[in-house]
Design a protein around this ligand. Structure first.
Ligand SMILES: *Cc1c(COP(=O)(O)O)cnc(C)c1O
Length: 427
């Protein structure tokens, strides 16, 4: 199906129906080589030109209108976050009323744990994976302590088996069953950030439900990368950031999902703020809180327009590309092409710890360098010297993420060729 040469990469690019989208992004300027290759979209997505335009439009609206811009222009700031609900819902498989754009990922995780982690004397444990992103670990640990509990008893972790890199579904489900009636929350990633493993979210949600525990997902590496159906999978809540695969810029506003069946539940504790209050009467400045009957009830503050404008611009690019479906179709070919090149040119020298099966992975490849004469860190630095930007994860993993919106098959080919040269120099 594939061929090893550069000409074949170019032929794949010529046949790519999404190839025109690359020109809608700013490519980083090379620092040290003649050319640059960006494979770090899992860390910070590239800048869509539409994002810049949207930010400038809001700066102009502010300059021209002052406070009038909140209500009176053709894109007023008060309901600005609502413009994101439909496109964000399409990317996550949620109803527009189930998603809200606000804060940062970890802040949203805290706000949603206020609602969904409600320990009792018998049901008080949170189940996470042992290698959870540190911020999630800190958030969970501090929530447990805020309830006066001890993480030594209340935090349950599941890890890969000895000698294995990825989590087994049966081990996760077994742990959920084992802690069953003591579980107050299951919190798992959609995609594990280190290995790139996709977890079977629907199956895990069903297992959590069967023992009466809510399930929350961290979708930092999943949103904009793989297809999601949060509503149909019956996920209780989810959080994500928008600066990775959603290309909304450094520190851009995060996202949150709350399943419709929790909307309007007055038993759910929540931290309130004026932006979650009924829109029609918000400015009457009444002191009795009346929640919006959607995920917007979790909104606290008014929206950071300059950190949302790039997201609005970026999501128009996703919409134009036909949404996550066609992007994932291209991504699957890119994944297999990368596997093919690594297999044929670097077999034995580079080992992928990302699962091989397509339904267990997104666009990220976590590569371990199996060459005793060179450390993973040296390889990473030599890649950087050739202006290949990718990720580095302690202790020995290089992360590369070919993104279907703006990466080309030629990028993948250049990456593997440079990696091969780096390793050949040592041989
Ligand atoms: C990137 C990432 C975060 C980032 O958290 P912020 O609150 O946006 O800084 C959290 N969790 C995971 C799994 C991540 O990959």
């Amino acid at each position: 199906m594939f061929e090893p040469g550069a000409a074949f990469a170019e032929s794949l690019d010529r046949a790519d129906p999404l190839r025109r989208f690359r020109d809608q992004f700013a490519m980083p300027v090379p620092h040290r080589a003649a050319e640059s290759t960006y494979l770090d979209g899992d860390s910070l997505g590239l800048q869509p030109r539409a994002a810049r335009d949207m930010v400038i439009a809001e700066l102009d609206r502010w300059a021209d209108n002052g406070a009038r811009g909140h209500f009176e222009t053709d894109r007023p700031w008060v309901p600005y976050h609502q413009l994101l609900a439909e496109p964000m819902g399409r990317l996550t498989g949620a109803l527009p009323t189930e998603v809200v754009t606000m804060n940062g990922l970890t802040v949203n995780l805290h706000l949603l744990m206020v609602s969904f982690y409600r320990p009792t004397t018998s049901r008080y444990k949170i189940l996470i994976e042992d290698h959870a992103f540190p911020s999630d670990h800190y958030a969970v640990d501090s929530q447990i302590r805020a309830h006066g509990l001890d993480p030594a008893h209340a935090l349950v972790t599941v890890e890969p088996r000895p000698g294995e890199e990825t989590l087994r579904t049966e081990d996760l489900i077994d742990a959920i069953d084992r802690h069953g009636s003591e579980l107050a929350l299951v919190l798992l990633p959609g995609i594990q950030y280190y290995t790139g493993q996709v977890l079977p979210m629907a199956e895990l949600a069903a297992a959590a439900r069967a023992v009466g525990a809510p399930i929350g997902l961290d979708l930092a590496h999943a949103v904009g990368n793989i297809e999601l159906s949060l509503h149909d999978w019956d996920i209780d809540f989810a959080v994500w950031c928008t600066y990775k695969y959603l290309n909304a810029g450094p520190g851009a506003t995060g996202g949150a999902f709350v399943h419709e069946r929790h909307h309007g539940d007055s038993d759910l504790p929540r931290y309130h703020g004026w932006w979650g209050h009924d829109r029609a009467t918000r400015f009457e400045m009444d002191t009795l809180f009346r929640p919006i009957p959607t995920a917007e009830a979790w909104l606290v503050s008014n929206s950071p327009i300059l950190a949302m404008a790039p997201l609005l611009g970026s999501l128009t690019v996703f919409e134009e590309a036909g949404g996550i479906g066609p992007l994932r179709t291209k991504s699957e070919v890119m994944i297999q092409y990368m596997d093919y090149l690594l297999d044929t040119r670097l077999e034995g020298r580079v080992e992928s710890i990302t699962p091989r099966a397509l339904d267990q992975r997104g666009c990220q490849h976590s590569l371990r360098i199996n060459d005793p004469s060179v450390s993973g860190q040296q390889v990473y630095e030599e890649l950087a010297a050739a202006d290949v930007q990718c990720g580095w994860r302690y202790p020995n993993v290089v992360r590369v993420a070919p993104v279907p919106l703006y990466n080309s098959f030629a990028d993948i080919h250049r990456f593997v060729s440079i990696l091969e040269q780096i390793l050949d120099q040592r041989a």
